[in-house]
Design a protein around this ligand. Structure first.
Ligand code: PBG
Length: 307
């Protein structure tokens, strides 16, 4: 007798469902039937203020994790940058998909680049990290609150009220909206959010059937890079109000990692001492590197981590 379909839990945004569909297609191609269950999260409900002000972690993941624990879904598909470093007991990450381009992008009908944007221009973002990086790069610009999913943000830009917005390239690519990009911000100069561009699959710990089904979706270089980035985040233990950025890459033999913590007003920052840690390593070494770099930065960034 055929086994029951796997229930894939996802948020209802276009980006979230596109990511869940990527997973559903791979499973279907492997002969595993699945269905998608849409779940509204706190982060989807709050549209009028920065999520950092809403307090608490996991605003985009909590309801999905509850559904996993209740047995209403069998796997949850997440944007990994929205997944807190500590998972609830009983849940585990079973696969990390190959990372999409991790960079942030500048989108503007008013200027060909962030550097060229006119003085005093308003730039939409609700991310404390992007706002701090923006103030550091261009103290004359004015960050303005911009919430909502990717389509909503593009619409608000088109309607005026701001001259530019900042978004993740990964989300635009997955939605087929790359044509809107004005400038890709080089990750050498503008570090993305930790885990940006990566999609992960969370399941119930010990659920061998689902673990086995999703195992082929795991992309080891991405998983190693994310283990470094998440260890950095965990070691810093910043609140969601702390601007933290970083990016690890792993090519199968060598890991490179850079991370930074910024003052929320962009007036100062601390960064990992070495531009790159080019070391030969596996997953456990990647965790160690991330943790060590986080531990080194923590005392230097204490005044921003606390607030
Ligand atoms: N917080 C919202 C969110 N979560 C993941 C992405 C983009 C896709 C990704 O980073 O994987 C976005 C939108 C954005 O920051 O532009």
């Amino acid at each position: 007798m055929a086994e029951s379909a796997l229930r894939i839990g996802t948020r209802g945004s276009r980006l979230a469902t596109a990511q869940a569909d990527m997973v559903a297609h791979v499973l279907a191609a492997a002969g595993i039937p699945c269905e998608t269950v849409l779940i509204k999260t706190t982060g989807d409900r709050i549209q009028d203020r920065p999520l950092a002000d809403a307090g608490g972690k996991g605003l985009f993941t909590k309801e999905l994790e509850e559904a996993l624990l209740d047995g209403r879904i069998d796997l949850a598909v997440h944007s990994m940058k929205d997944v807190p470093v500590a998972l609830p007991p009983g849940l585990t990450l079973a696969a990390i998909l190959e990372r999409e381009h991790p960079a942030d992008v500048f989108i503007s009908p008013a200027a060909p680049s962030l550097k060229a944007l006119s003085k005093g221009a308003r730039v939409g973002t609700s991310s404390v990290r992007r706002a701090a990086q923006l103030r550091r790069a261009r103290p004359d610009l004015v960050p303005v609150l911009l919430r909502g999913n990717v389509d909503t943000r593009l619409k608000k830009l088109a309607e005026g009220g701001m001259e530019a917005i900042l978004l993740a390239l990964a989300g635009l690519k997955r939605l087929g909206l790359e044509r809107h990009v004005t400038e890709i911000l080089s990750t050498d100069e503008w570090l993305p959010s930790l885990a940006q561009g990566a999609v992960g699959i969370e399941i119930r710990d010990g659920d061998a059937r689902v673990a086995e089904a999703v195992a082929p979706l795991d992309h080891e270089p991405t998983a190693v890079a994310l283990s470094c980035e998440r260890a950095f985040q965990a070691a810093l233990d910043g609140s969601c109000k702390t601007p933290i950025a970083g990016l690890a890459t792993f090519d199968g033999t060598h890991l490179s990692f850079r991370g930074e913590v910024l003052a929320p007003d962009g007036s100062d920052f601390v960064a990992t001492a070495f531009a790159d840690r080019h070391i030969r390593c596996g997953k456990t070494d990647a965790v160690r590197v991330g943790r060590e770099e986080g531990i080194k930065l923590k005392p230097l960034a204490a005044r921003w981590l606390a607030s």
